[in-house]
Design a protein around this ligand. Structure first.
Ligand SMILES: Cc1cc2nc3c(=O)[nH]c(=O)nc-3n(C[C@H](O)[C@H](O)[C@H](O)COP(=O)(O)O)c2cc1C
Length: 236
């Protein structure tokens, strides 16, 4: 596709280099920063600390019916029962205006094969221009909400806005939404769950860097009773 920025090859991390520690020495000196100090730009630093972040690919519909979609990596699952998710807009953008006008949105899963479309949809298109058209994505009507979902994404959470909280002078706006419908393509499931081998969810790092999910491993969850039964003792 002609619009695309040159694709940078995925690079291996350098964790394997023996001269680089893979965990911090508790006694090593720290760079101490006070966020209240004037003249600091913590944006990129915080993004690189809180990483990788899932990406909420938020689709909305404007009051005049324009289908909008934009990625938001300041996002989280707030609660499973009831199902509640949240994401944050740095400044007032089209998504926020649509949320205020309609009270509805869809959270779409970003997978590796859609990363470039997701990135394109982050451009500052005018409000009356649909990112769906520019990125070649299919707006599929929501089952319960008026906002469209991204047809090419294998999982979508249709949501109604519960709250919009304002933070700071910027300001940033945290939108909290209740999931009122879940739409999943079963071809991307294994059993009752999403199949990571197929979806390969993408994580946001800082700047233009992303991580992909290619290696998955399990860590059985410990319990106090289990540790005692195994005769485990404190490590320190
Ligand atoms: C991976 C990725 C994550 C992003 N995360 C956020 C975010 O959490 N909050 C935000 O305000 N903008 C974020 N952006 C930028 C918005 O997507 C961008 O400003 C977009 O134009 C907003 O679209 P809208 O005006 O249609 O709402 C992100 C961009 C990318 C590529």
């Amino acid at each position: 596709m002609v619009w695309m920025v040159p694709r940078r090859e995925w690079r291996e991390t350098d964790m394997q280099q023996p001269d680089r520690p893979d965990r911090s020495d508790p006694a090593a000196p720290r760079l101490d920063l006070d966020p209240a100090e004037p003249g600091q730009n913590l944006y990129h630093l915080l993004n690189s600390i809180v990483a990788p972040r899932p990406i909420a690919w938020v689709s909305t519909r404007s009051a005049s019916g324009v289908a909008n979609v934009a990625p938001h990596s300041y996002c989280m699952l707030v609660s499973a029962n009831p199902p509640v998710i949240a994401f944050s807009s740095t400044g007032a953008k089209d998504t926020l205006r649509n949320l205020r006008d309609t009270g509805e949105f869809v959270w779409n899963l970003v997978i590796e094969s859609l990363a470039e479309e997701m990135n394109l949809s982050s451009a500052d298109f005018p409000p009356d221009t649909s990112e769906f058209d520019w990125a070649g994505l299919t707006p599929v009507p929501g089952v319960v909400v008026g906002a469209p979902r991204v047809g090419e994404s294998p999982a979508a959470l249709e949501c109604r806005v519960l709250d919009i909280h304002e933070y700071g002078k910027g300001p940033s706006y945290l939108t909290v939404g209740q999931v009122v419908h879940v739409a999943i393509d079963p071809a991307f499931m294994r059993g009752d769950l999403m199949d990571y081998d197929r979806t390969r969810p993408v994580g946001r790092l800082s700047g233009t860097s992303y991580s992909r999910t290619r290696e998955v491993y399990d860590l059985p969850r410990p319990s106090w009773a289990g540790l005692q039964a195994a005769g485990a003792t404190p490590r320190r």
